[in-house]
Ligand binder design. Structure first.
Ligand code: ADP
Ligand code: GLC
Length: 498
């Protein structure tokens, strides 16, 4: 019998993890959760991981006292050199390299958009700079004496990295993870010239996509391996409905495309130890959940009635998430339940929700904004959690809901289909049910699923059975990290010139 531990020790590798956001430093959505959790999970398995992020002003402010300037790079076309600043990812030992190019990242506003919500005009320059720097780090050309075996890129903001690395003779293996194919980093052809990218990349096998520059295509066409964040989404993006014209390329690369489900970071999202909750609880002691429900009701000035079911929703208020279906169904749902909704997004959706909140005081609690602590309270205090997404690469909130005993009501797509077991009579009988799943993206189908849940509500024994089954599910990062680790091994073994 081979000694597995010794074998795996021998194979530990150096991973450079490139992302445009990472919790708790900077977050607009689930990508940050993944980038804050997967690197430490890989490190726990023995991998040597470094995270590279743009040095946004908020990140500089947060880490100011521990930053060390460790390198400086001169890039073609840039007047100022780019500094590499080093720090640690808070609460972990993971080194973080910040790409400090002040004209690109040291400004007031969100990572991709100004305070008025509009994307920054110079996003192509900003993220091309990021990609060039990651490429230099990947080839150990910044004088840092650290040569990774694998560069793991995430979403369009790091999409040019596999393309740039494909032009190198000796390079690390490249993995590109799709967190959301809807965001592609697509710009007019002139931008390609403005960025002075290598001519060799302007082909249909590189970053050219129907005459435009596509950052994400650099990752999809050139990475050694492509992954996405659930097995079902990995299949969906190979169809015209979910592929945005990239389904052909993704089908062509099907043997190099894998779906690895995201994990849930139970260090942050576990009702047993969540310090943001008024009261902790767990599967063996559900009574503490009542205090959270009460706190949530009080927060939104909803009557503190334990017997009225409370539906929660947290998320980006955009078409992807089916917020229009929720808006359509709300008046009817509010006849049977209270609703607590937290999110930001489309101006139209926000305005409609504001009107509904005015029309239904004491039934609909609404916070239009970003509030991490409130998101935890909704997960803990609600009885049901609504996620009627049109598509959902993985989705993290349903994983949080399962752990918090808040039954998810989800559409059967992407990671939602892979993580929630519908309360059909058979699944209720065999004890596998964890939530409510519906198929059609319509307010009626969603409403029916919610009504199925509300019909079960009075049967507290059954309800608690579902809660307990959901809370017992294990979506910890360890398994996902093992799957990535296995993929890294394969990619390293096959790397060209490595
Ligand atoms: P996506 O990445 O598509 O937005 P996910 O479900 O993967 O969806 O992750 C969303 C993450 O962002 C979750 O951690 C969720 O709690 C958080 N989040 C989204 N909107 C808000 C908000 N308005 N306030 C607090 N947290 C939010
Ligand atoms: C994206 C997806 C979401 C996924 C997250 C993290 O933002 O929309 O489904 O959970 O990335 O991978």
């Amino acid at each position: 019998m081979p000694n597995v531990h010794v074998e795996s020790d021998l194979y530990m590798s150096r991973i450079l993890f490139a992302s445009s956001e990472a919790h708790p430093l900077v977050k607009t959505g689930g990508l940050a959760d993944v980038s804050g959790s997967l690197p430490p999970a890989l490190a726990a398995l023995g991998e040597e991981v470094r995270l590279v992020l743009p040095a946004y002003r908020s990140v500089l402010d947060r880490l100011r006292r521990q930053l060390k300037n460790v390198a400086s790079l001169t890039l073609p076309g840039l007047k100022e050199p780019v500094a590499i600043l080093e720090a640690r990812l808070p609460e972990t030992k993971i080194p973080v390299w910040l790409v400090h190019s002040p004209i690109h990242f040291d400004r007031v506003g969100a990572p991709y958009a100004a305070s008025n919500g509009r994307d920054w005009n110079d996003n192509p320059n900003r993220f091309a700079t990021f990609c060039r720097v990651v490429t230099e780090l990947a080839c150990d050309r910044a004088g840092l004496q650290w040569r990774p075996d694998v560069v793991h890129c995430n979403d369009w903001q790091s999409g040019l990295v596999p393309a740039l690395l494909a032009l190198e003779t000796t390079r690390p293996a490249t993995i590109f993870t799709i967190h959301n194919l809807a965001y592609q980093g697509q710009f007019p052809a002139e931008v390609f010239d403005e960025l002075a990218l290598p001519e060799a990349l302007w082909t249909m096998h590189g970053v050219e996509f129907y005459g435009q520059l596509s950052f994400i295509k650099g990752g999809l066409a050139c990475a050694d391996w492509i992954t996405t964040v659930s097995p079902t989404y990995a299949a969906e993006i190979r169809t015209a409905q979910f592929g945005y014209g990239l389904e052909g390329l993704l089908s062509h690369r099907a043997t190099r495309l894998r779906g690895i489900l995201n994990g849930c970071d139970y260090r942050v999202w576990d009702p047993r130890q969540d310090s943001l909750l008024p009261q902790n609880f767990d599967r063996d002691n559900l009574s503490g959940k009542a205090a959270n429900k009460q706190a949530l009701q009080q927060h939104f000035a909803l009557p503190t009635q334990a017997e009225v079911p409370l539906i929660g929703l947290v998320g980006r208020l955009v078409e992807q998430k089916g917020i229009d279906l929720v808006i359509q169904a709300l008046p009817e749902l509010l006849e049977r339940a209270q609703v607590a909704l937290v999110g930001t997004g489309d101006a139209k959706a926000e305005a409609q929700l504001r009107q509904l909140a005015e029309r239904y005081p004491g039934r609909l609690g609404l916070f239009l904004g970003y509030d991490e602590a409130l998101a935890h309270l909704v997960e803990a205090g609600a009885d049901l959690f609504l996620m009627p997404s049109r598509f959902e690469p993985c989705g993290l909130n349903q994983l949080y809901s399962l752990r918090y005993g808040t039954l998810p009501v989800v559409r059967r797509t992407g990671g939602l289909a892979d993580t929630v077991v519908d309360a059909t009579p058979a699944n209720l009988e065999n004890g596998s049910a964890t939530g409510f799943v519906f198929d059609t993206a319509s307010a009626a189908a969603m409403g029916q699923a919610v009504h199925r849940a509300l019909d079960l509500w009075p049967d507290s024994e059954r309800w608690q059975q579902l809660m307990r089954t959901g809370m017992a599910q294990d979506f910890s990062w360890e398994q996902s990290a093992r799957d990535y680790q296995a993929l890294y091994r394969e990619a390293i073994a096959a790397r060209p010139g490595g």
